[in-house]
Structures are given as C-alpha cells and as structure tokens.
Design a protein around this ligand. Structure first.
Ligand code: KG4
Ligand code: ZN
Length: 342
C-alpha cells in the first residue's frame, strides 16, 4: 500500500511516497528558507508564494523518485494544520484537487502527530506504550501513545516552544536563523556551566521556556556590565565570541535538562516500552545524549532530514490511517486548521 504525503505547513514544500508506513520510497523537499534568512524568520506571504511555484514539480519529483505512476498510489495524505494559513491552503487545495482528479481517498493529517510518525519509517518501529517527546519550533509536548490513534497528551509548553526559545536566543546572540542549529554549533565551544540559568517549575508534565529566554537576556546584559533596559538588539556587537558560546552552551544545557527531567518523570509513572523524539529540535545532539543517559529505554529519533518538516512523515501517518481504518476527509470540503492541536 502506497501513500503520497504532502506537507506545506511552513516554509518547506514537501512530498513523499511511503509504502506500508515503514518504507520511504521517495522524499522531496524544496525549502524557501534562503528567502527568509534576511528577515530573521519565516515571512508567511513569501512562503505561500513559493509553495504555489514549486508544489506540482515537487509532487511530480516524489512520484518519479518512487518510480510510481498515479495508478500505483492508494491514497493521498496532506497536512491540515497546525501551521501558517496561507501555506497550509496551498497543500490542502492541491491535495483535494489531486484526490478528485485521480479518484483517491484523502487523509487530513495533524502536523505534530506526523512528526511522531517519522519514527515509524524504520525496519524496527518503536513499541507501544510509547512516550513521544515532541520538540519543534511550534510545539513542546509529552504524549503517551498506548497504540495507533490512542494517545493522551501528558503536558505541553505554556508559552514558548523549545525550538522558538532556541531561535530567540540565537537572535539575542546575533547567531544566524534558524537558531536551533546555530545555537547548538556555538554551544560546542562554550562551557555549559558558566551561567546559572533557572529551570521553570511547572505542573508535572508542562513546560515553560519563556523565563529561560529572559534569563539569558539578563545574564547577557550583566556579562557586559549593562542594565536591564540595555536593548537586546545591541547585544551581539558587545558580547565576545567566548561569552556567546558560554551563553549558548548554558541555555542549551538547561533547555535539554528540562525536557529530560520531564521525560524521566513520565517514564517512572507510565513505564512505556519505548520513547521517541520528534520535531525539529530532535536533531539536537545534546538532547539526544541527555535523553539516552537518563531514560533506560530504547530511544528512537529520526535521521536529521526527517526531524524537520518533510512529506514522508505525513505519508507514513497516512498509511497507518488507512491500515487502521481511520476516517477519510471529503476532498470537496476539507478545510485547513492553522491551530490544530493533538
Ligand atoms: O519541526 P520543525 O521543522 O518546525 C515546526 O514544526 O515547528 O522545527 C523547527 C525548529 C526551529 O525552531 C529550529 O531552530 C529547531 O527546530 N532546530 C533545532 C535544531 N535543528 C532545528 N533546535 C536545536 N538544535 C538543533 N540542532
Ligand atoms: Zn514541523
């Protein structure tokens, strides 16, 4: 059984063909990231326009790479949300049109859930019950999966997502966008214990990263002997490379420990059989190391290209929806849902 997955929730236009939820036959991604870098973040209008330009060639490439004709495709899966409205619209309208034109069942996919399913694209998929540690630019959540489509959200961020905190700290330190990889890179040269930063005390499985981000700002101001109202935009030119590296390393240590502490708590309470990391921040090596150290469980994380947004995770979830007889979407009426949650 082969499913075509289409993902356009942010700046990546992505399509992929996945067989039986496990085997990735193709995975095509066109990113408009280079057009956003000069603005220090994704510009929704530019992202949407870029999706329009490349979505059909990207889908065609995914079919060609998988050596598939339309008749070989059993269903289409498309990201319905969460994401940028204009970006989601392009993917959903394209998928609806293709589903009608080629008479294929259509599945509406939750982007965050799809990130988790990147972990099933493997010869040895994770076992249930499974603790999913979801860490992306828009979400930080701990979710306990008892089986496919049977899950409980244990906790989530009450303010910034962890990826968002990486991005904002990067901006403060004058490191290039996207912030996650550049903070991780800078942290390699820094001392993770050089700055004392607080861990937010939150209800059991909830997270908060906004206070940590502000603490980095205060410590950066103090490090150059400036008061609280010293503008963050001027920090990059005043901080030395060593101070930036130390701040990046200290921030990363606390962010990573916060996630690992909560994951360990969930492990002790629910005794899952496996743990999976999902979302863009799953690419972070320090986080992988910390989790592997503290949780005595097989920890699965996707290869780097499947941590960030891609069509294969959408197609994988689409396969499981079809295999588990989940409801299909109406190709004549399916709407986007920019604030879709799990
Ligand atoms: O999952 P994703 O591609 O988009 C969302 O669905 O939100 O995640 C993007 C986020 C960005 O905030 C980016 O800075 C972060 O993932 N990220 C990282 C790393 N690579 C990407 N954060 C920390 N360390 C990394 N190596
Ligand atoms: Zn994502």
């Amino acid at each position: 059984m082969k499913v075509l997955g289409i993902e356009t929730s942010c700046d990546e236009t992505a399509a992929a063909v996945v067989e039986d939820g496990r085997k990735m036959l193709s995975n095509t991604v066109a990113s408009s990231m280079s057009e956003h870098v000069k603005y220090g973040g994704v510009v929704p209008e530019i992202a949407a326009r870029s999706h329009i330009e490349v979505i059909l060639p990207v889908i065609q490439q995914a079919l060609t790479d998988a050596d598939c004709e339309w008749q070989d495709i059993d269903a289409i899966a498309v990201t319905q949300g969460a994401g940028l409205g204009g970006s989601l619209l392009i993917g959903v309208m394209t998928a609806r049109t293709l589903a009608i034109a080629h008479d294929k069942p259509l599945y509406a996919i939750n982007h965050v859930e799809a990130h988790v399913y990147a972990n099933f694209l493997s010869a040895e998929p994770p076992e249930f019950p499974m603790l999913a540690i979801i860490v992306s630019g828009g979400h930080s959540q701990l979710v306990l999966f008892r089986g496919h489509f049977d899950y409980t959200v244990l906790g989530q961020t009450q303010d910034d997502a962890v990826g968002e905190a990486f991005d904002k700290v990067a901006k403060m330190l004058g490191l290039p966008y996207p912030g996650g990889p550049s903070v991780a890179q800078a942290a390699k040269k820094g001392d993770p214990n050089s700055f004392q930063l607080p861990k937010a005390k939150m209800d059991k499985y909830d997270f908060s990263f906004s206070g940590l981000k502000t603490a980095v700002l205060r410590q950066a101001q103090a490090a150059i002997g400036q008061p609280y109202d010293f503008p963050s935009t001027k920090l990059p030119e005043r901080l030395s490379a060593a101070q930036k590296a130390d701040l990046a390393a200290s921030f990363q240590r606390v962010a990573v420990e916060t996630i690992a502490d909560k994951a360990l708590l969930a492990y002790k309470e629910f005794s899952p059989a496996s743990a999976v990391l999902a979302g863009g921040v799953a690419a972070n090596q320090a986080l992988r190391r910390q989790l592997t150290e503290v949780i005595p469980l097989p920890l699965t994380f996707p290869p780097p290209e499947l941590c960030t947004d891609n069509g294969a995770m959408v197609a994988a979830l689409g396969c499981f929806k079809q295999m588990k007889n989940q409801p299909t979407a109406d190709p004549y009426t399916l709407d986007i849902n920019p604030s879709l949650t799990m």
